[in-house]
Write a protein that binds this ligand. Sequence first.
Ligand code: SF4
Length: 482
Amino acid sequence: MLDFIKVGNYSYLDAVQNLRGTMYEDILIDLHHRFKIGDYPKFDIICVNSLFTFFWDKTIDTIKFAKKFLAEGGVLHAGGIAATLVPAEMQREVGADVKIHIGLLDKPTDFGKTDDVIIDTLPPDYSILEEIDYKYPASDAYFGYTTRGCIRNCEFCAVKILEPVYKDYVDIRNQLLQAESRFGTKQYLLLMDNNVLASAEFDKIIDDLKSCGFAKNSTYISADEYDIAVKNLRDGFNDRAYINKIVRLYDELDKKLSEDEAGKFYIERESRCLLYVVSATKEKILDLDSIARPLFEKYFKQHKRTHYIDFNQGLDARLIVKYEDRMERLAEINIKPLRIAFDHYEQCDIYEKAVRLAAKYKIRNMSNYMLYNFHDTPDDLYLRLKLNIDLCEELNLALYAFPMKYHPLRDTEYFRNRDYIGKHWNRKFIRAIQAILNVIKGKVGRGREFFEKAFGKNLAEFHNLLWMPETMIIYRKKYEDK
Ligand code: SF4
């Protein structure tokens, strides 16, 4: 509720059940008006990025909220995935004064710029991950692309609309160099390519990745986080982020210090108001540097580590089978996990061949997203999951599946929520699958015993599970014991 009082974003109210329309909503709105910060910083250009359409209400609220930060005559742009998929609906709901940007930012003239910089090729600003209150799971990763678009047009997929032109090659080397010099070396490289195996420049891409330190078995020395944070503070690069970061690092350091060192360090921090982020300042942090740095050097050793690459959107099994030489080349980089799409059981032969080829080239750590609730049946999902278990056993693989529920992204009835039910599914079955997935944290790993417990030994047992009350699915052990 504090967040609502501070910023007035209604999605915070919506997060509390049965609050809207009550007197508490009125009280909170009143508090927001009384305590709101009217003195917002003002900007000439604001760009709001949108993600999945099913976060619709939050997205629309956020875009409207951003209007408060516009300077007189300023322009507010809304772009990204939801804006590209349903631009007319977005325009209608955010108002005519917002400019909707459709597609990528891949032209030098985007937003009326007059330089030749292509925004899409710039490295992301990783410092924003230091501004948040929780640890972003992929905070030790670079994000990038080596290709854009896809050669296919699968019915359930939005890539053809989001990135309509297949681009064989995006030079990632410079992005990685720039990111490394500003943010330090990261362990993982998450590549968002939709279909890298279709690229005519595939060999060049693999060579690029190897030259950037991602060759199989290559190692690097982990980054000195304290030094990077201080350097960025000295450069004035996102002070807010790096003040946050340094105070967090002080707390981590504190746990490693001897009792005597900890007592002295506490007094030094306290005398400079550096115990908490709210009172910390850049000047005081730099002032403490001569005391803090030797302690960080003593207790935070840099280590030799291995880099890993993850083609996060998955690889096309059909192209793995078609171009075995490309799988062989993939094995030259430290790929972990190798994700192979497996969206329908009819593709099982191709899928199985692709997995066997990966195993042939000694890639043993694999994963896949499995679409369900589309044209498939529940049995189709079960058989795909079971095939993975069989392959894991036979080929000694670690193969994790992430079943993902299909949502129509442009259907006017369903794009703003997650209510769609596929023609072979019903609400009970969907909830049963979600209950099972909740228990196993969304991923179905190796281990027959575990799988058979979660999904049943055969289709008949699986059907029983689908009809079982959710509470009994979740607390199966308790009910079985009784
Ligand atoms: S192959 Fe993958 S990225 Fe390409 S259209 Fe199909 S689902 Fe989308």
